[in-house]
Design a protein around this ligand. Structure first.
Ligand code: MTE
Ligand code: MO
Length: 377
């Protein structure tokens, strides 16, 4: 595993967990360019990194499809069978910014699931492959009653002494609108091993957990997957649930990512000497086919807001994030609270405080991001 990390990832990745390897890029590089380089893209793994020989690889497609098939990578790349699909898609882990929720209250404290991510468990790439809808059509289409599509990865992981495969599902309606890709290229290069070589799913606008890497099997099924990752992880518990009463059925499955944003610069607790403006930079993203329409910042904890100029990818690619930067006018000296807030095109916006949306399994920290800085004017 470490050889692969060394070979494929930037040397200065922040190791969020060592095993399984989970890493995010250094914060300054995170918002340097609208496309994240393959070396800098965050990595989220539940287990080891399987190494697959492409010559022996095939994808098995079964369950409630009319003609179950085994397809090689060569079959999938055959443009006479399937047209190519290319899309610019941001993948965000539902654990992004979890450290803020941990600092508020550590929740169920399961280290394997609850990696203490900062703002960097998000990345944007140009993915190339085929639309899963075309592949399922090639398998004779779905049988009556098939409503969900299940993905299984080659990798296995341990939890509480048991071995599991990484298995999740997405609703068929997501596949039907060509928002699920089977991808073998990332930014014009073969998929790195650590990102799912030779084939992964890319589910546009959903929580990263559904974009299964190292794809082994795809099944059409009638109900959401019964596998533990689908059924027991990546659930959102609204505030009624806590240690005293939480059961898996009190959480609901996280699919579309809500609107969120982050301040990448300045950093928390920075002392800033300036001439009346503080330069702020960061990212904003909204899932579910929405895009970050407006990004606002505040220098006083959220009373007065300034709009940031529109830049970045999301005007053109609505499954992508938006990078923003702004010179915030600041007269005051001393400790200030800088805040960012995004509105997406459906007028959704972010919860005000971490505590407004704290949840038991510590997923989806989408509240307004706040940093404290000491202003010297
Ligand atoms: N696929 C497999 N097979 N195993 C995994 O552990 N992790 C998921 C998803 N796909 C995972 C997986 C999670 S939680 C996320 S956020 C994304 O992969 C991260 O993709 P990346 O590592 O390419 O950034
Ligand atoms: Mo994730």
């Amino acid at each position: 595993s470490w050889d692969i990390v060394k070979e494929e990832k930037a040397a200065d990745m922040i190791h969020v967990l060592d095993f399984p390897y989970n890493g995010e890029p250094p914060r300054d590089r995170l918002v340097e360019k609208p496309f994240t380089s393959n070396e800098d893209h965050f990595v989220r793994n539940h287990g080891g990194i399987p190494v697959i020989n492409e010559d022996h690889y095939f994808l098995e497609i079964g369950g409630m499809v009319n003609e179950p098939k085994k397809l090689t990578l060569k079959d999938l790349k055959d443009e006479k069978l399937f047209p190519r699909q290319t899309a610019v898609v941001t993948i965000q882990c539902s654990g992004t910014r979890r450290i803020e929720q941990i600092n508020e209250y550590p929740g169920d404290g399961d280290e394997l699931i609850n990696a203490p991510w900062g703002e960097g468990a998000i990345g944007t790439a140009r993915w190339t492959g085929v639309s899963l809808k075309k592949v399922l059509k090639h398998c004779g289409g779905l049988k009556e009653g098939a409503k969900h599509i299940e993905f299984m990865g080659v990798d296995t992981y341990f939890k509480k002494g048991k071995v599991y495969n990484y298995v999740v599902s997405v609703p068929w309606r997501k596949v039907r609108i060509h928002e699920v890709m089977l991808a073998w290229e990332m930014n014009g290069k073969p998929l790195p091993k650590i990102h799912g070589y030779p084939l992964r799913a890319v589910v546009f606008g959903y929580i990263g957990a559904r974009s299964v890497k190292w794809l082994a099997r795809i099944n059409a099924i009638s109900e959401p997957s019964q596998a533990p990752v689908q059924k027991k992880e990546y659930l959102y518990y609204t505030p009624q649930a806590g240690k005293h009463n939480a059961t898996y059925s009190s959480g609901f499955s996280i699919q579309d990512m809500p609107v969120a944003s982050a301040i990448i610069s300045p950093i928390d607790k920075a002392v800033i000497v300036h001439d009346g403006t503080i330069k702020m930079r960061g990212w904003a993203y909204s899932g579910g086919g929405h895009w970050p329409e407006r990004v606002e910042v505040s220098g006083d904890g959220g009373s007065v807001w300034y709009e940031t100029p529109y830049e970045g990818l999301s005007q053109k690619y609505y499954h992508a994030w938006r990078l923003w930067s702004v010179d915030l006018p600041v007269d005051a000296e001393g400790w200030l609270e800088l805040v960012v807030r995004c509105w997406d095109n459906a007028l959704n916006t972010q919860p005000t405080f971490v505590r407004s949306a704290w949840n038991w399994d510590l997923h989806v920290t989408s509240s307004c991001h706040r940093v404290k800085v000491f202003s010297v004017n």
